[in-house]
Ligand binder design. Sequence first.
Ligand SMILES: [Zn+2]
Ligand SMILES: [Zn+2]
Length: 310
Amino acid sequence: MQRLSKILLYYKFLPISDPKAVMLWQRELCERLELRGRILISEHGINGTVGGDMEACKEYIKKTKEYFGKMEFKWSEGSAEDFPRLSVKVRDEIVAFGAPGELKVDENGVVGGGVHLKPAQVNKLVEERGDDVVFFDGRNAMEAQIGKFRGAVVPDVETTHDFIRELESGKYDWMKDKPVVSYCTGGIRCEILSALMKNRGFKEVYQIDGGIVRYGEKFGNDGLWEGSLYVFDKRMHVEFGAGVEDPGFVQLGHCVHCGTATNKFENCGNLDCRELTLMCPECASNPAKRVCGKPECAEVVAAQGVATQA
Ligand SMILES: [Zn+2]
Ligand SMILES: [Zn+2]
């Protein structure tokens, strides 16, 4: 009989006086349980995704809670095979905002972060405050091309490192007195982002418990979320509710070449380019068209085409 496998996703903000010791313990624990995945540990907490045998996952949760106390683990489909190896590392930050000195954490989590809202409370806030409420996307801008909260502000962010520059640019000062709901995939980024915003004069900042994932599970395509959710695994995107067939589903993404509706990102035909670009299946399967839009990539791809014909 095939054994059941699962993936666990989790994080917890908690002061850790000796991250190295915790890292060594976590590595030993995962090796013993034959779990694979990625775990980051800093003096502010832990952020991990591991996969393996169901029973091993349960044992991992039990042991990890013995040290970290109450924390939430999200179960997802998958196994150890979804990861190339086990990686357990100490970093300055468990999410790389480039602000390790600014983040304050105590036994209750991040100090000075945004107010946590459950998915239903997000809707209630919008019912009460209407258009005054601003949704602020806490992900990389690219992810919002296929899905975001209705009317959300999407900052010009390629990596999490860009947020501080964006927040201090003045572009978003107009929302400093408004209710701002920061959101991200699973909630961890906004734990930090919402604190960084408050430190920079945004007065009324919220974050969504469990992020887009929990909101989408609760409201599907019938709430304030529109489109697909970008995910960092081989699926690339997921939909809520009945998916793209759902009458409430809004397709936000379009092929950069022909405009056909799509929610699938593709790699650029220039193999040195890391850009993910929305392309329909037809354009993606045409080597001449499979480019991200940067002129230098178009040149490389054109040269490849010439080489193939020759
Ligand atoms: Zn196309
Ligand atoms: Zn490119």
